[in-house]
Write a new protein. Sequence first.
Length: 114
Amino acid sequence: MNYKSLTTPLNTTTEKTLLGQKVFIRRLTNTELDNYNDTVDAARKEGQSSRQLSILGASLFLQALVNEDGSRPGKKDLPTAEELLDAHASADLLQAITTVQRYSYGTPEEAEKN
């Protein structure tokens, strides 16, 4: 048996309505979530502005977006984190980011309940 195949990501694409649009998201990898948490912790310790923290959250949301087949969209097909911040209210962005985190940390069934 080739156990290296365990490093092949699972296709965990699910459809959600976020920021007023039907989108497809994937579960983020452990490394992606750890990197996000480490970056947020460091930013808070450095006293970075709330705008910088918002950009980090919006970037996390963008990382989770995929096409219906699970492939990642091209960079030109995505807005920037700053464009999301300019277009949406904080509560709406927070809901989108929280949905991505719940879907990534918990089981898909738990995420659907929330």
